[in-house]
Ligand binder design. Structure first.
Ligand code: ADP
Length: 161
């Protein structure tokens, strides 16, 4: 069974991430979405909230698991028996960073390879930061994130008042 791990912050998951997930889920038998438990960053959603939002947003896909992790991505991938890491590329600006991570991961763990999916063109500008920035100023985000995320962001901003 070919297992892939798609690691990221997913703060929050966007339709850009979802597009990568749907496509990656077709090329592996099982795709584990691995939410980085990055305590030193100040995320909008806690790790647990991010995991739940992704589980909800991907419930229509049958070969997806969602987990949080901390530490090295390759260590997590090895523990789960994965042989590929999945990442997305939006523009050349992603390339330098992604190349560096992929090469480092391959150096420390040659049995795991990274596969890249290029963004679908309608999501090439889309990032979690853009969604948060728009939401802060009450911009329209419903086309950018799954419906449950849209609801959670609205609640977060209304609740914070
Ligand atoms: P990280 O903090 O690890 O970059 P992100 O949640 O921002 O985590 O992104 C996870 C992965 O998804 C990265 O490989 C990123 O390039 C990719 N990604 C994010 N948004 C998009 C998008 N709109 N289209 C394609 N890939 C994307």
């Amino acid at each position: 069974m070919k297992i892939g791990v798609y690691p990221g912050s997913f703060d929050p998951i966007t339709k850009g991430h979802l597009d990568i997930i749907e496509r990656a889920a077709k090329v592996v038998d099982k795709l584990i979405i691995a939410v980085l438990d990055n305590s030193e960053k100040r995320p909008m959603f806690s790790t647990e909230e991010r995991v739940e939002l992704i589980k909800d947003a991907t419930s229509y896909l049958s070969n997806i698991e969602v987990e949080s992790f901390h530490g090295l991505t390759v260590d997590f991938a090895k523990q789960r028996g994965a042989t590929v890491l999945v990442r997305g590329l939006r523009a050349v600006t992603d390339f330098d960073y992604e190349l560096q991570i992929a090469q480092t991961n391959h150096k420390i763990c040659p049995e795991i390879d990274t596969i890249f999916f290029t963004t679908s063109v309608e999501y090439s500008y889309l990032s979690s930061s853009i969604v948060k920035e728009l939401a802060k100023y009450k911009g329209e985000i419903k086309d950018l994130v799954p419906a449950n995320v849209c609801e959670a962001i609205t609640q977060k901003y209304n609740g914070d008042k």
